[in-house]
Write a protein that binds this ligand. Structure first.
Ligand SMILES: C[S@@+](CC[C@H](N)C(=O)[O-])C[C@H]1O[C@@H](n2cnc3c(N)ncnc32)[C@H](O)[C@@H]1O
Length: 302
């Protein structure tokens, strides 16, 4: 397989040389290693039909890179960074394109580290919150244990930046992470927002329907994938599948600027779409390439 073959997913070569990007291709999927903020400007304007992504959640996991999103000291900087990155996504989207954003919430916390405090170590998960000094961020009037409402803060900021907010889909997790809380219900949902670039956009109402044949509703019950995944925050293939079927046609280009283990690319390939993936952490870039290579022999198409 020629992994450097040009797939016709145009890019600006001048900017490419400057940014020192590293890129490979598997089938019809380009995997770009680097910071989304640096790499997105190298993509051609209005070349992508649909963006599906899940950025790191603020203050949660440590992805071991100085440019990682999610490690900002205050959450307002996280919102600002996402707005800036997704502004570039808007530029590369076709006029009738859509953007599907899965973003999670978190609690403002204050307290000690150790076995029992609000920032107690949980298993072997590397948590950003454990690296901070457990001070409530000086932002939005947050108090200890306040739910930040981050998904909606991000959604409103994106709306103010020019995106049209078309739907909030509640992802109901069939097998949520157990939480040992006793003073509130444990969390079992996340938000997926559907944004469009303009008021007229491509949405295939027949692409995915309720089992009864009715119009798809805005709550999706989806369980985790059966296969064990080394990425700690991969989303289920079914989530990407629904967004791709609703937001694109075969042959269209799908973008994921926080692609992790490459789920969006794997599903795009299965559904005969092209894809561009951007990921900062080289281990996850390698994981995506391996996952895509496994599937590519069966799904390679022209
Ligand atoms: C929630 S995970 C995405 C998981 C992905 N949906 C999957 O199924 O594997 C977010 C990813 O964003 C990456 N990331 C963090 N900051 C980034 C940045 N500035 N540019 C590109 N990727 C970044 C992290 O390394 C992490 O793999």
């Amino acid at each position: 397989m020629n992994v450097t073959r040009n797939l016709g997913l145009g890019m600006n070569k001048a900017k490419s040389a400057k940014s020192g990007r590293h890129e490979t291709s598997r089938g019809k999927v380009r995997v770009i290693s680097g910071d989304a903020l640096q790499m997105l400007p190298t993509l051609e304007s209005e070349s992508v039909q649909c963006c599906i992504t899940s950025p790191p959640y603020w203050g949660l996991r440590d992805y071991d890179h100085s440019s990682q999103v999610g490690s900002e000291t205050i959450p307002i900087s996280y919102v600002e960074n996402l707005v800036e990155i997704f502004r570039e996504v808007r530029r590369v989207l076709r006029k009738d394109g859509t953007f599907w954003l899965n973003v999670g919430d978190g609690y403002a916390r204050n307290g000690g580290t150790g076995r029992c405090g609000p920032n107690a170590r949980v298993g072997n998960t590397k948590k950003l919150i454990q690296k901070r000094n457990c001070k409530v961020p000086d932002c939005w009037g947050l108090k200890d244990r306040d739910l930040m409402g981050m998904p909606w803060r991000v959604a409103f900021a994106l709306q103010a930046d020019g995106w049209v907010l078309r739907s909030n889909i509640t992802w109901i997790k069939k097998a949520p992470m157990p939480e040992s809380v006793t003073n509130r219900p444990s969390n079992a949902t996340e938000e997926i927002f559907l944004f469009s670039k303009g008021t007229n956009y491509y949405y295939d109402n027949e692409g995915y329907r309720e089992p009864t044949g009715a119009n798809l509703r805005n709550y999706w019950m989806i369980g985790p994938d059966a296969s064990a995944k080394p990425h700690p925050a991969a989303f289920p293939r079914e989530l990407a599948r629904r967004c791709i079927l609703l937001g694109s046609r075969p042959g269209d280009i799908i973008l994921d600027p926080f692609s992790g283990s490459g789920t969006t690319g794997v599903v795009a390939q299965e559904l005969r779409r092209k894809a561009v993936l951007i990921e900062l952490n080289k281990d996850y870039v390698k994981q995506s390439e391996d996952r895509l290579s496994k599937d590519v022999q069966e799904t390679l198409w022209v």
